[in-house]
Design a protein around this ligand. Structure first.
Ligand code: HEM
Length: 486
């Protein structure tokens, strides 16, 4: 017993010494260790990463190193320098960080750290020829869920609901029916998924309390069961994405247990962002009448929609350039509410050249983090009045999409970055944009949709979710809706 206490104290002492003796060396970025050894800035980071990193940027500039729960993280906030990190895949590696995260959150351990075959499967599946098929399936499901489902919507009475729950559930259901092609358990999957997703950021940061740990464990187990391919439990085979992914995993030699866990990761990756994005977009439109009028006017002007009947939507035929106002609104929504964090591990001591000509020495074993939410997305040098929603921020005078933004007089490649970048960027971008556009247009053309309280404002964001893709609101926005009378 005494020995154990002695060894523990020794270990603790070594940790404290290690984390309090690190000093900034020549050519290294400014170092901010925080006051508490090992923990460093972890609490502030966890509670509101955007506020904390904005404070650090104010103090140190566009590059600095902070201590967060035992890791030294160099944060790079100059978008003109992002490619120096993203393109250096040997020195700045993602595979170990990714493996740790999917193990912690999804209990998933894959035999190989090489993610290239999986990436290829995803590209084949969510892009190119397959995309058309997925888009039309998604459109049909959205159409049925919104317009042909008297339980969810009818013309004779108003329904009242939270906009976040409404958007999330409809896009999730349509997405699940499209990719998993199973309607027998969609309601149960959605219910469990929401419980899991609501606590996921705490699971990732190991900050669940005992009650929450139980909830997460139970919903994970239920989801694993619900997602088991039907033909494994006596059902018939299908051509769904789920089945194709299942075959892919089998070919990779992944055992049955890990296959089920990989399916949950796949479900989360493909379903966690579109619903929240649609919520913010509609929320901004409902609270900004001039933006709503501009989008509705664009819809009215679309020739593809002129013969719209309640039965046959033609929105899947729209190309990306046919809806510049909507595209600008979507970009502006993502600028304000998409908050991915791009983390890499430094594999060898490395000189990082920045766009301003300075070079910084990074140490092997540290991490590098890009947080595009702060810059470019909320950077006042790039986007004027960055806290404000301006529906036409991404529109040129001639109604084409504006993509010219500068920092330090240099034109930016990354002026927003909601889809990530580099090798791990979103493979479902086109599918997601088409689905959100179709969803919003369906709602605006076929439903009367209004705020319950005309003076209501959008709820604030849940500040603990920075770094986990689309932000969630703290609370909801009450709306009422009914089918338009024709
Ligand atoms: C507004 C909606 C969406 C946003 C903002 C978004 C954003 C992102 C981001 C930032 C990543 C990279 C994550 C990282 O680096 O850690 C990502 C990855 C991914 N997204 Fe999306 N996504 C959206 C919707 C979708 C949809 C609907 C699909 C379904 C097809 C999808 C499929 C994927 C996949 C499969 C990956 C993993 C790519 C890889 O690991 O190489 N996404 N997404």
């Amino acid at each position: 017993m005494l020995w154990t206490i002695f060894l523990l104290l020794n270990g603790l002492l070594i940790l404290v010494l290690h984390y309090s003796t690190r000093k900034r060396q020549k050519n290294e970025p400014p170092l901010d260790k925080g006051l508490i050894p090992w923990l460093g800035h972890a609490l502030e980071f966890r509670n509101d990463a955007a506020k904390f990193l904005a404070r650090m940027k104010e103090k140190h500039g566009d590059i600095f190193t902070v201590c967060v729960a035992g890791h030294y993280v160099t944060v790079v906030l100059d978008p003109n320098s992002f490619d120096k990190v993203l393109n250096e895949t040997t020195s700045f590696d993602f595979s170990r960080i990714r493996a740790q995260m999917v193990n912690r959150v999804f209990s998933l351990q894959l035999p190989s750290s090489n993610s290239a075959p999986e990436r290829k499967w995803m590209e084949n599946h969510f892009q190119g020829l397959n995309l058309q098929k997925l888009n039309s399936s998604m459109n049909i499901h959205l159409h049925n869920l919104i317009l042909n489902n008297p339980e969810s919507c009818c013309s004779s009475e108003w329904k009242v609901d939270g906009l976040f729950g409404l958007c999330y559930s409809l896009l999730f259901r349509a997405g699940y029916l499209t990719l998993f092609e199973r309607d027998e358990n969609v309601a149960a999957v959605y219910k469990e998924f929401r419980k899991f997703d609501d606590l996921l950021y705490k699971l990732a940061r190991k900050s669940l309390n005992r009650g929450e740990t139980e909830i997460v464990k139970l919903s994970q187990e239920r989801l694993w069961k619900l997602l088991s391919p039907p033909y494994l439990t006596g059902g018939s085979p299908s051509n769904s994405s789920q089945q194709s992914y299942h075959h892919f995993l089998q070919e990779q030699g992944i055992d049955t247990d890990m296959q089920t866990k990989a399916q949950l990761l796949q479900l989360w990756t493909t379903q966690c962002n579109a619903g929240p994005a649609a919520f913010w977009l509609l929320g901004f439109l409902l609270t900004h009448p001039e933006a709503m009028e501009a989008v509705k006017s664009e819809i009215r002007g679309l020739s593809a929609l002129q013969d719209t009947s309640l039965q046959r939507p033609r929105l899947n035929q729209l190309g990306p350039c046919s809806t510049p106002v909507f595209d600008s609104v979507l970009n502006e929504t993502l600028r304000l509410t998409a908050a991915v964090m791009i983390n890499r591990e430094v594999m060898q001591d490395k000189l990082l050249p920045m766009a301003d000509g300075k070079e910084y020495h990074l140490r092997k074993g540290d991490r590098v983090c890009l947080f595009p939410f702060l810059s470019p997305q909320m950077d006042p040098e790039i986007h004027q009045d960055p806290q404000m929603f301006k529906y036409d921020r991404f529109l040129n005078k001639n109604k084409t999409l504006k993509d010219e933004f500068c920092k330090d007089r240099k034109r930016l490649k990354y002026y927003i970055m909601p889809w990530g970048a580099g090798r791990n960027s979103c493979v479902g971008k086109e599918f997601a944009v088409t689905a959100i556009r179709h969803f919003v247009f369906l709602l605006l053309t076929h439903l009367d949709l209004e705020l319950c309280n005309p003076g209501a404002e959008l709820p604030p964001v849940n500040s603990r979710r920075y770094g986990f893709g689309m932000l969630h609101p703290e609370g909801d926005l009450l709306v009422r809706y009914r089918l338009k009378r024709t």
